[in-house]
Design a protein around this ligand. Structure first.
Ligand code: A2P
Length: 329
């Protein structure tokens, strides 16, 4: 497989390269792409040195698959050009996620929707992926009515500049700001831009994307997304009201049996998911599973995953693996 990684110098792009390498994806030719200012720079993949090339050079070499993580504007402009030369684009930006004719895929849930005709495939938002991984089996069994989400999101989700801001502030160094406010010793209830309805774009991704992935627009979602000074992963407090009643132990069992989900839930040993330990892992960790005592048929849980791995790079590479396995590229 001839693979282009667009945004190869970025937070997600570099984890994409690492993930391709770790999962031993069959890369016969790697084409790393970044912005004009990085052309000529070197990156390493499987112990070999590669030179960053321009977007146009990458299109000209007609890769089989292009993994994109270079921002929405870059995707809007360039993904169609790759698609035109026959490349299948797996795009980590939000550019195409809600397009009616583009699939929004979490492989464990809906990869079977993919066909050879899908030339631009959208990778969902990081906070959405980890949440639907836990919600999908529960929805199938108990039918969700309404989901209330509060996120505690890592600075790595914003990109290199945000991680640098946090490190600068921790070390008392002046530097560029990725956020409107300091992030060290802070919690910023502002992820992505504000929309006219008073929600942030990130919050509305958590409202709309699960409806598309789980193929059920009858479920209502509402979210508050907060940036916190962690680097390892995103955490989410999720409250779910179901149509049907459940047994909490059955929920634990169901989640434990779900591919890609790990239950960490033992109060006696203070075991629950935390971003420090999810860092670098591909699984989605779920804990603090308990009944909401304020109303019937309602559950509280805590979901943590590495936003750069299952929330971005791993999910994209899993889509690529599925395409190869099913002969769709
Ligand atoms: P560069 O390193 O040259 O700026 P992050 O989100 O972690 O900051 O990373 C963004 C990634 O997207 C980087 O690899 C960055 O390259 C790349 N990028 C940004 N703008 C463009 C563009 N216009 N064309 C191609 N790659 C881009």
């Amino acid at each position: 497989m001839k693979i282009a990684v667009v945004g190869a110098t970025g937070m997600v792009g570099s984890v994409m390269l690492q993930t391709l390498e770790e999962r031993n994806f069959n890369v016969t030719e790697l084409i790393p792409v970044a912005s004009e200012r990085s052309i000529g720079k070197k990156i390493y993949f499987k112990g070999k040195e590669y030179t960053i090339v321009s977007m146009q050079d990458a299109v000209n070499s007609k890769p089989d698959i292009a993994l994109f993580s270079a921002g929405g504007d870059t995707s809007l402009k360039w993904a169609p050009k790759f698609a035109e030369v026959g490349t299948t684009v797996i795009d980590n930006s939000s550019a195409f996620r809600m397009d009616a004719d583009k699939k929004l895929v979490v492989p464990e849930i809906n990869a079977s929707e993919l066909t050879k005709e899908d030339k631009i495939i959208a990778n969902p938002n990081c906070s959405t992926i980890q949440m639907v991984m836990a919600l999908n089996p529960l929805h199938k069994k108990y039918k969700m009515k309404r989901v209330v989400i509060s996120t505690y999101q890592s600075v790595s989700g914003t990109g290199v500049k945000a991680v640098q801001q946090m490190e600068n502030e921790m070390n008392g160094v002046d530097g560029d700001m990725a956020y409107h406010h300091p992030i060290h010793r802070n919690a910023i209830p502002h992820c992505d831009v504000f929309l006219e309805n008073g929600y942030t774009k990130e919050e509305m991704k958590l409202v709309r994307e699960p409806q598309k992935i789980l193929n059920d627009r009858t479920v209502a979602y509402t979210a508050t997304a907060v940036r916190i000074p962690t680097a390892g992963g995103h955490s989410e407090a999720v409250n779910v009201e179901f149509e049907n009643d459940f047994d909490v132990n059955d929920i634990r069992k169901l989640l434990n049996e779900t591919e890609g989900v790990v239950v960490q839930d033992n109060l006696e040993t203070n075991t629950y998911p935390m971003p420090l330990y999810a860092n670098g892992k591909d699984e989605v960790f779920v804990g603090r599973i308990r009944r909401d005592l304020s109303q019937p048929k309602t559950l509280n849980m805590w979901i943590v995953s590495d936003n750069l791995r299952k929330g971005a790079a791993t999910n994209a590479v899993q889509i690529a693996e599925y395409l190869v396995k099913k002969n769709l590229v």
